[in-house]
Design a binder for this molecule. Sequence first.
Ligand code: F6R
Length: 261
Amino acid sequence: MEVLPCKSRADAVALTAKLIGARLEATPDMVLGLATGRTMEEVYDHLATGGARFDRCTTFNLDEYVGLPPEDPQSYASYMADHLFDRVDIDSARTHLPDGMATDLGQAARDYEARIAAAGGIDLQLLGIGAAGHIGFNEPLSAFRSRTRDKILTPTTRDQNAGMFGGDAARVPKRALTMGVGTILDSRELILLACGAAKAQVIARAVEGPLTSRVSASAIQLHPACKVILDDEAAAALEDIAYYRFVCANEEKWNAYRSHL
Ligand code: F6R
C-alpha cells in the first residue's frame, strides 16, 4: 500500500483526478471502477472540466440503492449522469451500475459479476470510505471474499448519506446492491481517496489497524497495488505518517505530482 498525504483537500482531489486521467490516456480502453459520494463529486468535476477522454473506456460502479429507479434523482445512476457521464464523451452503453430495481437481486448480483468478468475485470477501482469503515456498501462483517450482493445499510451509513435525501436518514434506502470486498480486491489497482477530519479515525483503522471485517476497508491491506490519497485532515490520526511522507519525498515517480504532496 502507498499512502499519499496531500497538502489540502484540493490537492488530494487534484492528485486523484490526475492519476485517473493518466491511466485513461495511457490505456483509453481501460475498465474503470467508479464510486459515488460527496468526495468523488470533486474528482469527477476535475475530470470533466479537465477534458479527460472517456470515449473508449468501460465503467462499473461499486453500488446502487435497492428500490430506486435509475431516473430517481437520488439514485447513483442519476448521480453518475449528473457528475460525470453527461459531462464527458463516454459511451453510455459501456457504463454499468448494479440493478437495484431487479426483482431477483441475487440474479442481478450474479449478472453484474458476469459483466465485470466479460469486460476482462476492472483495471482501476476508485474507492471512498464510509464512516462505518465500508468500501462500496460493504458494511461491517462483510466477508473479505464476498462478491456482489445486497446488503443492509448501517444506521451510520444512512445518517452519513442523509444529506442527499433532504437531511432525512429515514428516506435513505435500507438496502443496496454492492460489489463485494472480494470483487473489489480482484481489481488490478485500487485508489482510495478520503478527505476531512471526520474520516481520520476510520482511515487509521483501515490503513494501520488489524485486518478485520468490522472495518471492510482494512481489506485494502491485502491488495498489492493500492494507493490511499488523503488530505491533511484525513491523515491526522495515522501513527506512521512521518514514514509515509518520507517515502513520498524519496520516490522519483512522485516528482511529477510533487506540488500536491
Ligand atoms: C459510494 C460508495 C461509498 C462512499 C463512501 C464515502 O459508491 O461506494 O463507499 O465512497 O461512503 O462517501 P462520501 O464521499 O460521501 O463521504
